[in-house]
Design a binder for this molecule. Structure first.
Ligand SMILES: NC(=O)c1ccc[n+]([C@@H]2O[C@H](COP(=O)([O-])OP(=O)(O)OC[C@H]3O[C@@H](n4cnc5c(N)ncnc54)[C@H](O)[C@@H]3O)[C@@H](O)[C@H]2O)c1
Ligand SMILES: O=P(O)(O)OC[C@@H](O)[C@@H](O)[C@H](O)[C@H](O)CO
Length: 396
């Protein structure tokens, strides 16, 4: 079998694209091709020719200087499609808003790849969005409709893989950004899990990158328990006047509530997706017993960004709360997390202004229905969140 070339096309050269995925594959000897919609900034990166990654652990820090990469012509999408035709491994490190344009470009590339009888093609979806592989499978099927050769290539040679990115990344400190405007800070520990069942062909070898099974269930678990807990920490931390996630670490009030929400969600997710006791233990350990990384300056503002999406029906609070209701678990603490989401206001986050203004104008019940997508006959959850909101108002 032909050996897979060690090269990776990164789409979305932000925190995760440059810092985590780009960084880990670079350190394992991969050549990086970087594409981002911010064309001017990418031109600057090309001129600069290197960027710094600061990898921060609870005990130690280290720096990686990434060099020798190629920046694509990001002024339009031609060069991107050309690289999609030639590079066999692609990492999409973007938010959901970018999915449609990426799918369109992938469809064009798959047509060419199928005609050229190209080898396996793997698309790594490095996102917290739920249902990303389903979106790409369906959308690519639609875009390639009528082209039998391309559809066969999609089915047989294209791996559309959910990736669990278990490693946070964020903009670097002001001081480091003055040294290098493309510097990015990531956790030192953590790991990346690629859906091994969806992956086609020879699996990539990179440090801290491994195979993940039951990936579609795992991403729900990650978002409904891990990311939920992270975001609830941000909501509660903001209520306590904190700036960084690490500022909340010694607060027993926050700790009690986020732990309560985590265990409710974890129980509901396990019943829904049938994780084994061993799998559960491993996950609980990974999230709850992770060393507190006080060196990492992860802003509450980043973690709570886009609160409309985060509070929405299928997402990290209402999603597990509804699963709890389904499995006869009282989502007491999850409802508290949602309540604090309705109190979260950051003058630099337009969505938080919209939500809190809406509550002021229409009342909390209307707001819960609008932003959490709950229906009047889901009154138990509506009432519980409403009651937690009133309680939270008293605490302020
Ligand atoms: N930062 C984290 O700790 C973390 C961890 C796990 C997963 N994630 C997920 O990774 C994804 C990226 O997060 P991030 O923190 O790197 O965000 P980011 O904002 O730092 O990076 C996203 C990049 O995508 C670019 N982009 C937007 N639309 C694009 C398009 N159509 N084509 C190409 N590039 C486009 C943006 O310009 C930006 O540079 C998200 O789905 C997030 O949920 C983030
Ligand atoms: O990137 P988001 O907005 O989906 O979520 C914010 C954080 O919870 C997230 O980026 C985590 O840092 C990451 O998922 C690490 O597990």
């Amino acid at each position: 079998m032909k050996k897979q070339k060690k090269e990776l096309l990164v789409i979305g050269a932000g925190n995760i694209g440059r810092g985590v995925i780009g960084g880990l594959f670079y350190e394992s000897g991969y050549h990086l091709y970087l594409y981002d919609i911010m064309a001017e900034r990418m031109e600057q990166l090309k001129k600069q020719g290197t960027y710094l990654i600061e990898r921060v652990g609870a005990e130690e820090k280290r720096r990686v200087l990434v060099k020798g990469f190629d920046v694509l012509d990001c002024s339009d999408e031609k060069d991107l499609v050309l690289h999609m035709e030639q590079v066999d491994l692609i990492a999409c490190c973007v938010y959901e808003g970018a999915f449609e344009s990426i799918a369109q470009n992938l469809a064009q590339a798959i047509k060419v790849r199928s005609r050229e009888n190209a080898g396996n093609f793997n698309i790594l979806l490095c996102v917290n969005a739920l249902g990303a592989p389903d979106f790409f499978e369906k959308r690519l099927g639609e875009l390639l409709k009528g082209d039998e050769e391309a559809l066969a290539y999609l089915k047989e040679k294209t791996g559309i893989c959910q990736v669990m990115v278990g490693m946070a990344a964020m903009p670097s400190s002001k001081e480091l950004m003055e040294e290098d405007p493309f510097a990015v800070t990531t956790k030192l520990d953590g790991h990346i899990g690629i859906d091994a069942e969806a992956f086609k062909g020879e699996f990539p070898e990179a440090e801290q990158v491994g195979k993940s099974v039951k990936a579609k269930a795992q991403i729900y678990r990650k978002v409904y328990t891990g990311n939920m807990k992270h975001c609830m920490t941000a909501f509660l931390g903001k209520a306590k006047g904190c700036t960084y996630i690490a500022d909340t670490y010694d607060d027993p009030w926050i700790d009690d509530f986020i732990s309560g929400a985590f265990y409710e969600a974890e129980e509901a997710v396990s019943r829904e997706y049938g994780f084994t006791e061993e799998e559960r233990k491993e996950w609980v350990d990974f999230i709850m017993n992770a060393p507190k990384n006080r060196n990492l300056k992860d802003e509450i503002r980043r973690v709570a960004a886009g609160p409309k999406g985060k509070l929405s029906r299928g997402n990290r609070f209402t999603g597990p709360a509804l699963l709890c209701m389904k499995h006869h678990i009282l989502p007491y603490y999850l409802a508290k997390g949602i309540a604090y989401g309705f109190l979260y206001r950051d003058e630099e986050e337009p969505e938080s202004i919209e939500i809190t203004d809406y509550v002021k104008e229409h009342g909390i019940r209307e707001a819960i229905m609008k932003y959490c997508g709950l229906l009047p006959d889901e009154w138990e959850l509506l009432d519980l969140i409403g009651a937690q909101y009133q309680e939270a108002l008293k605490q302020r």
